[in-house]
Write a protein that binds this ligand. Structure first.
Ligand code: GTP
Ligand code: MG
Length: 216
């Protein structure tokens, strides 16, 4: 029997991470800031929707505003803004499908084939985690740009819950320290035709406004 090389969207729960402090944006709730007239978290949900079967939001403030987007909203179980890994933990605890796909709320141009490409790499490499590896800045004139892992963009096997519970109970908070414990496929997003700024994130209002011009 051939090994399957695609994960069906219905097997994946998409999780929008919107649980941060937004300190570089002046402490606002980033997921509720508008991007071309749509709150960032809702924008991310709409981009994920065709790629996955279920959707969830991880947020720690203004929960009723997030609930108005029509999908379940879960705050961190860990206290005091423990970082995005706290969001992974919350997502894995609530995930009822075999896979969880995480995306941050502040990266509105992420690709429409994100789940497909991470899923294929995870299966082909028999990995437990597939993580985006993307250009970190606009390409140089020669078209080259170094790739950097984007740890908040991960496709995870839901069976990793136990491992993450253990890691966070030990006090672990860094995504890459945890993913290093597992077979992780790094998936390049620099094919011809890939938007070089697909993984640019808006940490300040100026960055958010700069991204707003780019409608994709
Ligand atoms: N659940 C959860 N998510 C977080 C936490 N901190 C950051 N995130 C999420 O992780 C992603 C990347 O966050 P950053 O841009 O580094 O941080 P931020 O909190 O949004 O903003 P800054 O405070 O300016 O760093 C975003 O989607 C955040 O919502 C946290 O404590 N808990
Ligand atoms: Mg960010």
């Amino acid at each position: 029997m051939n090994t399957p090389t695609a994960i069906a969207p219905g097997e994946i729960t998409g999780l929008v991470l919107a649980g941060g402090r937004g300190s570089r944006m002046g402490g606002v709730d980033k997921g509720l800031q508008n991007f071309n007239g749509t709150p960032l978290a809702l924008h991310a949900l709409m981009r994920l929707q065709p790629q996955v079967g279920e959707l969830m939001i991880n947020a720690n403030r203004n929960l009723s505003a997030y609930e108005s987007f029509g999908v379940p909203v879960w705050p961190d179980g860990l206290a005091d803004y423990a970082g995005p890994l706290a969001g992974f933990l919350t997502g894995l605890e609530r995930c009822e499908t075999p896979y969880l796909l995480t995306v941050p709320c502040d990266t509105p141009l992420f690709p429409f084939d994100l789940a497909e490409r991470l899923g294929e790499a995870l299966l082909v490499q028999d990995a437990e985690i597939a993580m985006v590896n993307a250009p970190e800045a606009a390409a140089e004139a020669d078209g080259a740009s170094a790739l950097r892992p984007q740890p908040v963009f991960c496709l995870l096997r839901a069976t990793l819950l136990e491992s993450l519970v253990r890691f966070t109970q030990e006090g672990g908070r860094k995504i890459d320290r945890w993913t290093a414990r597992h077979r992780t496929a790094l998936v390049p997003f620099d094919r011809p035709g890939d938007a070089p700024d697909a993984f640019f994130n808006a940490n300040t209002l100026a960055e958010l406004h700069a991204l707003e011009g780019q409608r994709r």
